[in-house]
Ligand binder design. Structure first.
Ligand SMILES: NC(=O)c1ccc[n+]([C@@H]2O[C@H](COP(=O)([O-])OP(=O)(O)OC[C@H]3O[C@@H](n4cnc5c(N)ncnc54)[C@H](OP(=O)(O)O)[C@@H]3O)[C@@H](O)[C@H]2O)c1
Length: 272
């Protein structure tokens, strides 16, 4: 159970549209309680047309310390911040925002660094691997950027809307001259790590994001999707002998990254 809410409880929000599906408040409130922090996170449902007004209100709420922006607000959140971290600046989207005491907003994107940290925590260092990235939405942009930063040998981006894959290619190339970054097809042949960053697999009726007949047991297959923990792609890949990696790890590891972003220099004791 989260802490009892008192007059000096620090507020955090996760803001999205829709919002009913998120599990971040449970995860963060458990973490706040475990850390002994007098803090609470609530989910706030705001449509795109109301997002700017909501952020303006956050600026004047003196006991609001930060928020998580989720679909579809990550790009709009970056545009409304006063300061951006390196990744947020490069890809133009953020998911964690800190409110400074004077109301200034500092944002950064942790989806990609969280994904790479989750891979490494489970013994799958992506450095030197040939990666196929499926999807070119907000999560894929952050994941592609972080994979290039982590030193992959090559990155092939495949997306239904090719122009969005080309945009990510341009952003990654600008920051990282080393990996070969190309736009290609959803064909895993010749790749070591296959990453699904499309939303295909969230709903039971979704088609698979690639032809799983082309998977071979030497390939690792990773997901952005955290729920279900094992998507049809991961279940099929595992049955074919591939090592699989759930999107749950990417989400869970971000909790401590967000905490560090919200309390950059303070001791754990003064967090709440
Ligand atoms: N585990 C975590 O911490 C975490 C964090 C962030 C996101 N995610 C997950 O990552 C996934 C993507 O999120 P996002 O924020 O990047 O969403 P997004 O910006 O809406 O992008 C969705 C992506 O899926 C593709 N797509 C959707 N429907 C498709 C279809 N029917 N056929 C082919 N491609 C399709 C889109 O292709 P087009 O560009 O052609 O539309 C796009 O590449 C979601 O499942 C989300 O839950 C997980």
């Amino acid at each position: 159970m989260p802490n009892t809410i008192t007059g000096d409880t620090q507020l955090y929000a996760i803001i999205g549209d829709p919002i009913f599906q998120v599990h971040t408040p449970e995860m963060m409130n458990r973490l706040f309680a475990r850390e002994g922090l007098n803090a609470v996170m609530v989910a706030i449902h705001v449509a795109p047309q109301g997002f700017e007004a909501a952020v303006k209100a956050f600026r004047v709420m003196k006991n609001l310390r930060g928020f998580i922006a989720t679909v579809p607000h990550k790009t709009a959140a970056a545009a409304l911040c006063d300061e951006l971290g390196e990744t947020g600046c490069a890809i133009g989207a953020v998911n964690a925002v800190r409110r400074e005491a004077d109301g200034r907003l500092v944002g950064e994107m942790f989806d990609g660094t969280g994904f790479v940290a989750g891979l490494r925590a489970h013994g799958h260092d992506p450095a030197g691997l040939r990666v196929l990235l499926l999807g070119a939405g907000g999560a894929a942009a952050a994941m592609g950027f972080a994979l290039a930063q982590a030193g992959v040998a090559s990155l092939t981006i495949a997306n239904r809307t090719r122009s969005k894959a080309e945009n990510i290619q341009a952003v990654v190339r600008k920051s990282f001259p080393h990996p070969i970054v190309k736009v290609g097809e959803a064909d895993p042949t010749g790749h070591d790590l296959i990453v699904n960053a499309t939303s295909l697999g969230m709903k039971p009726e979704d088609p698979l994001p690639l032809d799983t007949a082309l998977l071979t047991p030497d390939m690792k297959v990773a997901e952005a999707i955290a729920k279900p923990e094992f998507t049809p792609l991961l279940t099929t890949a595992r049955a074919k002998g591939c090592i699989v990696h759930s999107g749950r790890h990417m989400l869970e590891i971000q909790a401590s990254m967000w905490m560090d972003h919200w309390w950059p220099k303070e001791s754990a004791k003064s967090k709440g």
